[in-house]
Design a protein around this ligand. Structure first.
Ligand code: CA
Length: 220
């Protein structure tokens, strides 16, 4: 899952970023409206946290233009303003929900989860042989037994399951796992693969390596 965080207050940005990362999202950040709009037009986000008071381009304008451009990603407005006017405007322009600052990070996470559930286009449960994966709760089971996975391992598993039967390249995996400006080496991906394989093998689920192409999840 990839979230775009749009917020011009560096301290708030930092804590939002940490909270979203801890909740298992890869994050991109924009500290002004124009940057946010540019990133949104490129697409690839599952969720947007959008502050309204922004330099260069107001949050409402970002939302309006992104929606006009056909961007359908769920948007959660973050606003310090206590007037209902902005919130109503935001919802009219196509925001999905809003949070009034200050809010607790737990509340943010809960709202984000609810939005993702609502906008779920993929089936909530994915399966590959004995492996079942709950895309909302982000939990995997193998032969009915719950699997202990790190957040990174979950992200890799997700990437492979969402494209089941197709080859997923290392570059695609790095893209899925990394936030903007963050580095992740090809070696790190191999480490996650190795760990995942060991956990999936007992259930007959394999991750094949296709040299020079990428990885493919399959059942024996
Ligand atoms: Ca602001």
């Amino acid at each position: 899952m990839r979230a775009l965080i749009v917020e011009d207050d560096p301290l708030l940005m930092d804590s939002l970023n940490r909270a979203m990362r801890a909740a298992g999202y890869a994050t991109d950040q924009a500290m002004d409206g124009e940057t946010a709009l540019g990133l949104l037009r490129n697409g690839g986000f599952d969720l947007v946290l959008l502050d309204l008071g922004l330099p260069r381009l107001d949050g409402l304008q970002v939302l309006k233009r992104a929606r006009e451009h056909g961007c359908r990603v769920p948007v959660l407005i973050l606003t310090a303003r206590d007037g209902v006017e902005d919130r109503v405007k935001g919802l009219d322009l196509g925001a999905d929900d809003y949070l009034v600052k200050p809010f607790s990070l737990a509340e943010l996470e809960a709202r984000a989860r609810a939005l993702l559930r609502r906008g779920q286009t993929a089936p909530p449960l994915l399966a590959c042989g004995a492996l079942t994966y709950d895309t909302v709760g982000r939990r995997a089971t193998l032969d009915g037994q719950s699997l202990e996975l790190s957040l990174r391992e979950v992200s890799v598993l997700e990437a492979l399951l969402f494209r089941q039967g197709k080859v997923v390249s290392k570059e695609q995996l790095i893209e899925t796992l990394c936030g903007y400006g963050e580095e992740l080496s090809a070696n790190a991906i191999e480490v996650y693969m190795h760990r995942l394989r060991k956990k999936l093998e007992p259930g007959g689920v394999t991750i094949r390596t296709l040299r020079g192409l990428g990885y493919l999840m399959d059942k024996v």
